[in-house]
Write a new protein. Structure first.
Length: 124
């Protein structure tokens, strides 16, 4: 396995874990319930889909799984932006800005991988 692949696997894993830790700091109220659930699912799905992509059965299958990881990174970034827009004392110093930056970087990385993969799939 390439070192870059392992680094991205680690990075997506750490992002999911960091989001779960961040979610545990959010208040227990109706305003955050949906957000917490959605962010937990999307942030951990990025790494899960990238992990699955490593065992893809074809280039097309790899591209599909990368596409899902890309969508989940976009969704995670969306939910983090929602949290940012409804500030609370629990979110101001809890690493939200770092998570937002990482979600944005992951979006860019997976879009780049997806485009590169699509360009390398033979057209029938």
């Amino acid at each position: 396995m390439k070192i870059e692949t392992q680094q991205l696997l680690d990075r997506t894993f750490n992002f999911g874990v960091s989001c779960l830790k961040f979610i545990s700091l959010l208040p227990q109220n109706t305003k955050y319930n949906v957000i917490k659930n959605q962010l937990a699912k999307s942030s951990t799905s990025i790494g899960a889909n990238y992990e699955e992509a490593q065992a893809a059965e074809s280039r097309k299958d790899f591209g599909h799984k990368i596409g899902i990881a890309s969508k989940e990174a976009r969704e995670s970034h969306y939910w983090l932006r929602i949290i940012q827009s409804i500030p609370d004392k629990n979110t101001t110093d809890s690493g939200l800005e770092i998570l937002l930056l990482e979600a944005l970087e992951l979006k860019k990385i997976f879009v780049s991988i997806k485009l590169s993969t699509q360009n390398n799939i033979p057209k029938n």
